[in-house]
Structures are given as C-alpha cells and as structure tokens.
Design a protein around this ligand. Sequence first.
Ligand SMILES: [Ca+2]
Ligand SMILES: [Ca+2]
Length: 303
Amino acid sequence: MVTRVGREALPWPGRVTPGGHMTRRNRAAATLLTLSTVFGSQVLPAQAAELEWDLELLSMDLNATGALMPLGPGWGPIRTDIHVGESQALGSVGHAAANRVENGGGGPIQEGDLFEVGSFFDVFFDITITDVDPQSDFPGLPAGAQLNFAGNGPLRLQTLYSVEARLNQPNFGLFPPPESAPYLGFGGLEIPLGGDFNGNGEPDKIKLGVVTLTVVGANRTFITLPDGMVIDAFDAIMNLSGAVVDLSQDPPFGPIILAGPTTASSHLQGPGPVPEPMPLVLLLLGLGGAALSRARQVGDHGV
Ligand SMILES: [Ca+2]
Ligand SMILES: [Ca+2]
C-alpha cells in the first residue's frame, strides 16, 4: 500500500468545524510548529536499508478560535480561544524508523522504493483557554479570564505509514509523515482544572480523548542548508476531544481543530557517510532559516 498526499482530501484551510471556527483569516496568527529531526544517532552501514531519526519537538503554536467548551456555569457551553504550545519546562522527544519492504531491502535506495515508517513523539504541552464569550464567563472569574495549564503530558502521539522514497526530497520523502497518516494519541491524559466549574463542591479536570496531529500535505516547503540540515515548513492540524469531569459525569467537548502554518527542521544522514551530530548553533541557524522561510512564504501567499 502506497500512501499519497492528495489536495482534494485537504480539510484545511478554510474549514469551519463545530466549535472550531478556524478560517483562512486565522492563518497568519495561527500556528508555528517546529520539529527537529536528527538522523543517524547510530552509525549506519553505507548500504543500510533501515533509517532512524531522533526527534525533538522544539516549538508548537496551535490555535483555535471560538471553540465551545463545557466550562461555563454548570458545565454549560462557553466560547473560548484555545492555545496549545510546547511545554516551556519539559522537552518533547520522539523517534522514527524506516524499513524498506521491497527490492529485498538491500542496495542503494532507489526512486520509488517502498518503505514502512513508524514514528512517535512524547509531547509535553501547555494549554491556555481564554473566555471570549460575550454572554457567559468562567464560574467565579471575571469576563475574559484566561486559564493556564502548563506542563501537561506526556501525550504519546504515534503514526505508521507506507511511503515511496523520493530521492530528490529531504529525508527521501519518508519523514515527516504524509497528510493521510496523522499522529494519533489515545486518551487517558488528565489535566486538573483547579476549579469547580459545575459548582458541586468538587474540583474538575479535563480528560483528553483521541488527539490527532496531522502534517498537511499542501504548501510544504523545504530548504536544505549547506551542512545537510533541512528546514521543512508546513501546515499542521491538531484535533482535540475529551471531557470535563469530576465524579461520574463526562460532558464531552470537541472535536476542536487547531491549525496553522508549521515549520520543521531535519538533518538527513545516510545511507552513505554519516555526518557529525548537528551542533546546537546549526540548529539555531536552522530555526532562523525557518523563520525567514515562513515569512517569505507568508509574503508569497499574501496571508
Ligand atoms: Ca465572557
Ligand atoms: Ca465540580
């Protein structure tokens, strides 16, 4: 099975979802997600068919506007703006591995060779939920109050997909994942809210359900630096669902869509000579390049 990216399947930009209200106008102010991929933490044989990346989530800036949350009085619905960002205190790391499943798994990688790729991140994230509802407020809080929940996680996000190698693309086109293979996380993560929103005398918490993070296929741009580091700019969509709970009641929320332009950096090594591990200074240069790239892309597209 070959995974391909199709524009016709794009859920964004311009999509309006229940509680999401992400529109193209939100795009410029929406999202920056930065991934670092460092390839070849181990020295690979020159003809190795198996490729590995060490991953680190460096920055994430996902936003939804006007999302309905059951955080009004009595767990009633209230319009909120939601921001999900990388944890300021805890690093988010991951791993990816690609195995060739045709051509006997040997010899140099050829155009169109089929790979199976598995990848995961253990993500620590901060959430900010802001009251933007003109008719309702968070219980006991002034209009426009902001709730901040830091250092949530880890939320394990993982994906498995098949993809054909593209020799002229960074990471042979094997990473990041195609749009059709979003990262998935399955429930259980709880975020104490520190307040009693339904007024029953017991503090409440958010219980996350299914979480997906999609790397959108359209508008991906790549810049390869002289040292081989790759800056990968793309759009991302996070889909959150879950419940606000205290004892036995689970008023659900979502799905809530957070979306926007995204940037990743990756350092491809092997098969072939294995470069030195990427120094921090190059990583920082890469991030600067990503910012420039993003600014230029935004300018080109007039958004
Ligand atoms: Ca309000
Ligand atoms: Ca309660």
